[in-house]
Design a protein around this ligand. Structure first.
Ligand code: PFF
Length: 457
């Protein structure tokens, strides 16, 4: 059942893999979530904490996932089964596959909004906004409209499925090479515009001057949660992408690049957003509505606003697309590897499933009163799905992966996989301690914190 019948695809080049994996990592988490979480949690003090977690938890877990994948050359379930046969470890892989489809379902709803806003911006919907209330009303009406939200969800999943249908080198890698440079250029242009606005300095000062007074247990949990989500860790996305890496590539260096790009884009997104906010005299802690409510009212007042507004929502759309591609690929690789399905069949069924599962999230922003306030939990369906999958499942997944590599597979085997073909594994003793002790302890503490306080990231 689990012996692949055809020759497995591989990334055509090292840069192709780095761009695709960075595409998975760089997403709504960097450009939409990172700036508002930073705004709420003390600016640069939070950024500093975030970077520490990226280096101490993100890099080793990323390296572990990539090494598991490349070693086994299988999907997450098959990879755990190959390395630890006759054990319960494959269930960790299965949890990843299920989580991937679940996250894909609600992530694509928000991604659909970004695409809808791109169309709106192009059509001049944000011209002549007279107040922030008006902008907020446009957003509320948009997300309340069931037909629009479901249609954009459909469009987004169709685009995702189209890319994944092309396979690894002919689909995901090819598109990453087009979409990632586009993303870099858009981000650069928008950041240059933002930092040259009048009074941009106040925004830069807020963002870059650390306010350590705001750091508390909740901020620390947010920083770690954000780091894991942002790097696409804990659900086998990197095991899956790693399973297509050539044995010649240096895994440690590739993992380093992916983490570096992801962090850079998050930090630069802050440089793009805060100066613009301060320049217009707006509140930096605008919450999740920041990009959909606050920013449209800014573009309106800028010279060339339609161009920058549309550019911004196109940037979000592109970032989200390269992430949804990886979310879908996890389940597709699983069914192709384990059940010998044709890729086309796996893509159709899995994106169809994500569409159906995404409908309640699409309706949870006011279109349906039951879904916008679920009984018992008193949360909207989308928020609830994000707590369950984006908070608990990813964190538990990352914890189990660190334990697996630290204690079951072993640092020796990890190191052997990394150093294959004479590649170097710099700082091995340091990473061994980090994977075996620091990662599990830090992740358990954060899990207990969210469990006991109900403060989610
Ligand atoms: N890393 C993506 C982001 O920051 O938006 C989200 C994500 C993609 C999480 C893929 C998990 C994943 F497997």
């Amino acid at each position: 059942m689990n012996t692949p019948s055809k020759k497995r695809d591989v990334w055509g080049s090292k840069i192709g893999f780095v761009l695709a994996a960075a595409g998975s990592a760089i997403g709504l988490g960097n450009i939409w979530r990172f700036p508002y979480v930073t705004g709420e949690n003390g600016g640069a003090a939070f950024v500093l904490l975030y970077i520490i977690f990226i280096v101490l938890i993100g890099v080793p877990v990323m390296l572990s996932e990539l090494a598991i994948g490349r070693h086994a050359q299988r999907n997450p379930v098959g990879a755990f089964r190959k390395i630890a046969p006759k054990s319960l470890w494959p269930l960790v892989g299965l949890m990843g596959v299920v989580t991937g489809i679940g996250i894909l379902s609600y992530y694509s709803v928000i991604a659909g909004w970004t695409f809808g806003y791109f169309i709106k911006a192009l059509g001049g919907s944000f011209s002549n906004l007279t107040s922030a209330e008006q902008s907020s009303q446009i957003f509320t009406e948009f997300v309340k409209n069931p037909y629009q939200c479901i249609a954009y969800l459909f469009v987004f999943l169709t685009a995702t499925g189209f890319v994944v249908l092309g396979g690894i080198s002919g689909g995901i890698e090819k598109w990453a090479k087009i979409l990632m440079p586009l993303l870099f250029v858009l981000l650069l242009l928008l950041t240059l515009r933002s930092v040259t606005l009048p009074n941009a300095k106040a925004g830069l000062e807020f963002y870059l001057a650390p306010n350590f007074g705001k750091i508390n247990a909740g901020t620390i949990a947010s920083a770690l949660g954000q780091a894991l989500f942002s790097l696409s860790l804990g659900m086998g996305a990197m095991i899956t992408y790693g399973s297509y890496i050539s044995k010649k590539d240096n895994l440690a260096i590739s993992a380093g690049y992916v983490c570096l790009f992801d962090t850079l884009i998050a930090v630069v997104s802050g440089l793009m957003i805060f100066p613009a906010l301060f320049s217009m005299g707006l509140d930096p802690s605008g919450g999740p509505g920041l990009v959909f409510v606050v920013l449209p009212s800014i573009f309106d007042k800028m010279p060339g606003g339609i161009f920058f507004g549309a550019g911004f929502f196109l940037l979000l759309t592109v970032a989200a697309l390269t992430s949804t591609i990886s979310l879908l690929e996890v389940a597709v690789t699983y069914f192709v590897d384990e059940f010998n399905w044709q890729r086309r069949r796996a893509v159709l069924l899995m994106s169809g499933l994500a569409f159906v599962l995404g409908i309640p999230s699409a309706l949870s922003q006011g279109a349906n009163s039951l879904l916008s306030n679920l009984p018992l939990v008193h949360l909207g369906f989308l928020d609830f799905a994000n707590i369950l999958l984006g908070n608990y499942s990813l964190t538990i997944g990352a914890l189990l992966i660190a334990i697996f590599v630290g204690y079951k597979w072993g640092i020796k085997n990890l190191s052997a996989e990394i150093t294959i073909e004479n590649n170097h594994f710099y700082g091995r003793p340091f990473w061994a301690i980090v994977i075996r002790y620091l990662c599990p302890v830090a992740i358990i503490v954060i899990l207990l914190y969210i469990l006991l306080t109900g403060n989610y990231f």
